[in-house]
Ligand binder design. Structure first.
Ligand SMILES: NC(=O)C1=CN([C@@H]2O[C@H](COP(=O)(O)OP(=O)(O)OC[C@H]3O[C@@H](n4cnc5c(N)ncnc54)[C@H](OP(=O)(O)O)[C@@H]3O)[C@@H](O)[C@H]2O)[C@@H](O)CC1
Ligand SMILES: [K+]
Length: 481
């Protein structure tokens, strides 16, 4: 698992190293890592020797890391210059070392082959201030290596303030910061350099692709269509059968168990996927181990009745799309949800999340813009369910606050119907008896890989995404040992 940590936990862990921190050993190691990553970036962008690097240096130790890195870079034939954004508060010993190593002070980033953002790191708050903001605005398309974090991004919430730095690469030290997950798209390629800080309990964890592959449920020698878990999809309408087709197609591709469908789009679903056991009435559906309810199924009274029956069933339930709207509109259904003892996974996008949180009178509504992770924690606790908040970074949090997340690494999945595919995959995993936080994160991971597989660099629709679930899973399973 990849762990992501709060700034406070990182500071505590740094303090626990004792003299390594106070004697500057950690900073010396950090500086070495900065030089290494800068040289690697230069190497792939035209060469190290003779290149010009400009360090943009702030008031704290983040600037110190970069100034000490100058000595290593000079040794490799790099011209190193620095712009000081807070000259009266700069790390004095690091500046003296920079000068002694032959670094020169300048006023702008003009002429740089690469810029090092060492304005702020863990101590950063709010957007870039002047003069750092104007200095960085003049960058053009010069590549940027961020020390620790791109400046202007909040270390704990990942809020990308305006203005802030967008990095091509980020080098951090021993422990990943929460912002590296929550604002992954601003960080570029992240290098974690081990500088000898002990690892505390992370705030959020992210499974690697190999770990997702290792957990993926595959049929064993004694399995049949029932033993692997049957998922039931309640989705779509006669007018809008698309959501039903997308969710069932994805569920069928995700695991080998049986997929049932309940709803008015039964004929269309069977026409697309003949292996679906499709009926129009819930009473005729037969047993399932997990329900997926909501994509495109409408928000009328029938929808509320269906959700009530499903919540009363003694199996795992995934609530998505229209069912989230219905849940927001009905206090009694939220009471049923809170009282449930079986696994329940809610999969809202930001708009559905805000509606649901507001209706539930949850403080999560006010946190969504400022602290996504805190918002999901609060709503999960308030509703006594696992909540998956969709986005470029998907967060999946249990009612007790245990949090997993995953960065999609691209935004190709931001297309209509994409959520229906996600709920089909996650529902199939729930039916295979995987707990909601794990199922939701595994599904988000496969969904992201399917989007990348389908896209190959060009826009896609949700049908392309659904069709790519099987090939993406096949490629993922190659990582299984
Ligand atoms: N501790 C360790 O073991 C190790 C630490 N290491 C390194 O130290 C870094 C943390 O250093 P740090 O604590 O000195 O804070 P840092 O991020 O440099 O910034 C604080 C200064 O920035 C200012 N400032 C704040 N927001 C701002 C903004 N938006 N725009 C402009 N300025 C802003 C703020 O000003 P103030 O708010 O106080 O007025 C304050 O003066 C860490 O990220 C890592 O790189 C490594 O060496 C490994 C070992
Ligand atoms: K920085």
């Amino acid at each position: 698992m990849i762990g992501f940590h709060t700034a406070d936990a990182i500071r505590d862990a740094e303090r626990a190293t004792g003299h390594l921190l106070t004697d500057g050993v950690l900073m010396a190691r950090a500086a070495h890592a900065v030089a290494h990553v800068v040289a690697a970036e230069l190497a792939v962008r035209g060469g190290v020797y003779g290149a010009t690097v400009v360090l943009v240096v702030g008031a704290g130790d983040n600037g110190g890391d970069a100034l000490y890195a100058a000595r290593h870079l000079r040794r490799r034939g790099v011209r190193v210059r620095a712009v000081l954004t807070a000259p009266d508060r700069v790390h004095a010993a690091a500046l003296a070392d920079f000068r002694a190593a032959g670094g020169t002070l300048v006023d702008t980033v003009d002429g740089a082959d690469l810029v090092v953002d060492a304005i702020v790191g863990l101590g950063g708050r709010g957007p870039l201030r002047e003069p750092a903001a104007s200095i960085m605005a003049a960058l053009g398309d010069t590549p940027v290596v961020a020390v620790d974090l791109p400046s202007g991004i909040d270390p704990d919430t990942g809020i990308v303030h305006d203005p802030s730095v967008h990095a091509d690469a980020t080098v951090t030290f021993s422990l990943r910061r929460l912002a590296h997950l929550l604002a992954a798209s601003s960080c570029g390629a992240i290098t974690v350099a081990d500088i000898g800080i002990p690892v505390p309990t992370p705030a959020v964890e992210s499974p690697t692709d190999a770990e997702v592959a290792a957990r993926w449920p595959l049929p064993g020698p004694r399995d049949d269509k029932y033993t692997q878990g049957v998922v039931g999809v309640i989705a779509g309408s006669t007018a809008y059968p698309g959501a039903a087709i997308l969710a069932t197609t994805a569920a069928i591709a995700a695991t080998s168990g049986m997929t049932r469908y309940v709803g008015p789009a039964a004929p269309q679903v069977v026409a697309h996927r003949p292996e679906t056991v499709a009926v129009t009435d819930l009473a005729a559906a037969g047993r399932v181990q997990a329900w997926v309810i909501g994509p495109g199924y409408g928000t009328g009274r029938d929808s509320a009745d269906l959700l009530r029956q499903v919540l009363a069933d003694d199996v795992a339930v995934l609530i998505d799309a229209d069912a989230l709207t219905v849940l927001a509109a009905n206090d009694d259904l939220r009471a049923d949800l809170r009282a449930r003892e079986r696994p329940t996974l809610l999969t809202p996008h930001a708009g559905e999340f805000a509606r649901l949180a507001t209706a539930a009178g949850s403080a999560a509504a006010g946190l969504l813009e400022t602290d996504r992770l805190a918002a999901v924690r609060v709503l999960a606790a308030d509703l006594n369910a696992t909540v998956l908040l969709k986005g470029r970074t998907t967060l999946v949090v249990d009612a007790d606050g245990t949090a997993w997340g995953t960065d999609a690494e691209s935004s190709w999945a931001a297309t209509a119907g994409s959520g229906d595919v996600l709920s089909g995959i996650a529902g199939a995993l729930l039916a295979a008896d995987i707990e909601p936080r794990v199922a939701g994160t595994m599904a988000a991971r496969l969904h992201a890989r399917a989007a990348a597989t389908a896209s190959g660099g060009a826009p896609i629709g949700a049908s392309d995404l659904a069709a790519a679930v099987a090939p993406a899973l096949r490629a993922l399973l190659h990582l299984r040992q």
